[in-house]
Design a protein around this ligand. Structure first.
Ligand code: FMN
Length: 380
């Protein structure tokens, strides 16, 4: 059953929600369009697929509150650098402070240039933010996930167990619930580091890090995989090596060695989608969450059709206000409005088109977002 009046309804909703996006827009989408946006991140069922990637937009409780009010599905906290009980950090070079961010056009898209790295305040302050996130998660308002960068040794070195132990246990203690959701970041600046020049070294990290973290606490673990400075074959090999994680976030930004900065934009989504195409044929190593240059509902669907059950964005939540069609509300609301309701490029328009093309079929009268990822991994 296709609702032939949908384009007109969509144009109307897009207009009227410019002033205010209803917080429970997934219920509206289901009722009016017969589209079930239910998605999954780290084993959690979420009302729609759009979350916020770790970074400068999840540094404090008030940002999380605004996101919860807007109806965002999940938010990953800024990456904290692991430490031992005495406060020593072997990855201390990543905990630097830098305030200036530049939002710039890159090709047909956008990128953010910023030379800072991880969380630069105290670990206790991070734990307080984790507790606030736990409360929002428990109240069903926003799934919040902490993110950590742990020690990564050279091939001939041992892992710094004391950092894995102290940091993981402290986070699990602050979370307080039986199961901690956690993201482990392998960042683009790491890809640019001399440490990441050797393939065997990177593969060892991806193979061994999940077990090191699990040894310290009961966690459901996502590994955010970097774009290494090697070819697509190696990128696929990295995802296979990381299969000990419950979920993979694919893939963090590219690294521009000449300028010493990470970047996104169309080159990032081209590379990520190309590698995900390869993964779809060989079987999925773990649950997948897409990231990179997602600026429209149609781009969400490109990732979904390659097996991603949710997505996490950063740049699109940070554009100049005039880039959004909505005229009121938080940046998060304005971005969600466009990603979901844009009559040309939004999630609803894209899913209805996939129905017309015969790619997506109604079950029980509804189109289901998660069917796209399931189809990507069913044998052809
Ligand atoms: C300014 C900035 C800071 C970021 N900081 C982190 C970080 O601390 N940890 C992390 O895992 N990813 C970090 N990211 C990566 C984003 O979470 C996201 O995965 C990436 O930018 C790709 O998505 P996008 O193209 O929508 O920005 C950062 C990105 C930006 C632009």
């Amino acid at each position: 059953m296709r609702n032939s009046g949908s384009p007109a309804l969509l144009a109307r909703d897009f207009e009227r929600f410019k002033g205010e996006l209803p917080r429970d827009f997934p219920a509206h989408v289901r009722e009016v369009y017969g589209i079930d946006l239910t998605a999954r991140y780290l084993g959690e069922t979420i009302p729609h697929p759009i979350g916020k990637g770790s970074g400068q937009l999840s540094l404090n409780e008030s940002q999380l509150g605004v996101d919860a009010d807007a109806g965002l599905a999940f938010a990953v906290l800024k990456t904290v650098i692991a430490q031992d009980a005495a406060g020593a950090q072997s990855m201390a070079a990543w905990a630097i402070h830098e305030t200036k961010m530049k939002v710039e056009r890159r090709g047909a898209g956008w990128t953010i240039t910023w030379k800072g790295r991880g969380w630069d305040r105290s670990f206790d302050e991070y734990l307080a933010l984790v507790r606030a996130g736990r409360d929002l998660t428990q109240d069903g308002r926003l799934v919040v996930v902490p993110s950590v960068k742990y020690h990564l040794p050279r091939l001939d070195e041992a892992f710094n167990e004391a950092e894995y132990e102290f940091t993981t246990r402290a986070l699990a203690g602050a979370w307080g619930e039986p199961l901690l959701l956690l993201e482990k970041d392998f960042s683009p600046t790491l890809a640019g580091d001399a440490l990441a020049g050797e393939q065997a070294q990177i593969l060892r990290w991806l193979r061994e890090v999940p077990a090191r973290i699990r040894a310290q606490a009961a966690v459901r673990l996502a590994v955010k995989v970097m774009n290494a400075r090697f070819d697509d074959d190696f990128q696929v090999e990295m995802t296979r090596a990381a299969a000990g994680a419950d979920a993979l976030v694919v893939f963090n930004r590219l690294f521009d060695a000449k300028h010493g900065v990470a970047y996104g934009g169309p080159e990032l989504s081209d590379r990520n989608l190309r590698v995900l195409d390869r993964l779809a044929t060989g079987g999925r190593p773990a649950e997948l969450c897409g990231t990179g240059d997602i600026h429209s509902g149609r781009m969400v669907l490109e990732y979904a059709r390659r097996g991603c059950e949710s997505v996490q964005l950063h740049t699109f939540f940070q554009l100049p206000l005039e880039e959004y069609a909505a005229t009121e509300g938080s940046r998060t609301q304005r971005a969600l409005h466009q990603l979901v309701f844009d009559p040309a490029d939004g999630l609803i328009a894209g899913m209805l088109d996939l129905e017309t093309q015969g790619v997506l079929e109604r079950r029980g009268g509804e189109l289901h977002f998660l069917d796209l990822a399931a189809d990507a991994h069913s044998p052809r």
